[in-house]
Design a protein around this ligand. Structure first.
Ligand SMILES: [Zn+2]
Length: 137
């Protein structure tokens, strides 16, 4: 990898901060959402909305948890040769990009390509559901 020591230090601090910030949110959520007594919400409608809320919270938690895992993985990788190298084409990921997104595993070119493919699929689905052809400008 081509990162300077100072850059690695900056990124390590950033990742650690980000991880700790999310983990801190976890414990707040636990207190507010997960220790609500069930007998406080007796009727079926409330019960359903509680379950919906819980499902929503779980989704957010899972997303956060996923991100925390990625941050953790980045921290473990950061001092190795693998960090900051595109998993797709092997190019060096620029420090500026890593600073904006320390968990980046693709270089900007590969990321752009992946996003274009995603967008293409999205437009494809949309035009199908509208029953007409969408022309890209
Ligand atoms: Zn790449």
């Amino acid at each position: 990898m081509t990162l300077k020591k100072r850059e690695v230090k900056t990124l390590t601090e950033k990742i650690t901060e980000e991880r700790d910030r999310i983990l801190k949110n976890f414990s707040d959520e636990d207190r507010e959402r997960y220790f609500v007594k069930t007998e406080d919400r007796p009727d079926e409608v409330d019960q359903a909305s509680t379950e919906y809320e819980r499902a929503q919270m779980l989704r957010f938690r899972n997303r956060d948890l996923f991100y925390v895992k990625k941050l953790q993985k980045a921290l473990e990788k950061i001092n190795s040769e693998d960090y900051g190298v595109c998993e797709d084409c092997g190019a060096t990921i620029k420090f500026e990009r890593l600073l904006a997104r320390p968990t980046a595993e693709l270089c900007i070119a590969c990321k752009d390509e992946a996003e274009r493919e995603e967008l293409g699929n999205f437009i494809g689905r949309q035009s199908k559901s509208l029953g007409k052809t969408v022309t890209l400008a």
